[in-house]
Design a protein around this ligand. Structure first.
Ligand SMILES: O=S(=O)([O-])[S-]
Length: 135
């Protein structure tokens, strides 16, 4: 059967995000802010570089575009980045927490057991008046 353009998808993005959020650790801005200075936590900005250039980022965060993340965390991949596999808890964030929820679920499925995401993303972080670093 051919899908009619514009008709609902079998698994809409909102359903996928809701399912992801139900199976990952969702961290509030307040709780994330308390983790910011910790050596055992790495904030990972998975937004597009243009978003970072326009809006800035969370100070000290590691930049890992979502499109590469599965490969950057995988020791078996030629794109492996040991910085993402240091034993630190990874706190992923994006614009509003949708991409980071999906990505945190994926990394969890890949075998990372200490990954979370920032609920509300960078938008919520900024709205709460938390520090922002220019990129
Ligand atoms: O993925 S998003 O929450 O930045 S729109």
């Amino acid at each position: 059967m051919t899908r009619e353009p514009g008709s609902p998808l079998t698994r809409p993005s909102a359903v996928m995000v809701a399912e992801a959020r139900a199976s990952i650790e969702n961290i509030t801005v307040a709780d994330a802010a308390a983790l910011l200075e910790r050596d055992d936590v790495l904030f990972v900005d998975i937004r597009d570089p243009r978003e970072l250039a326009r809006l800035g980022t969370i100070p000290g965060s590691f930049r890992a575009p979502r499109g590469m993340l599965e490969f950057w965390v995988d020791p078996a991949s030629p794109y492996y980045k040991p910085a993402l596999d240091s034993g630190q808890k990874l706190v992923l964030f994006c614009g509003s927490g949708w991409r980071s929820a999906l990505t945190a679920k994926t990394l969890q499925e890949m075998g990372l057991d200490n990954v979370a995401h920032l609920d509300g993303g960078f938008t919520a972080w900024q709205e709460a008046g938390q520090p922002v670093e220019t990129v």
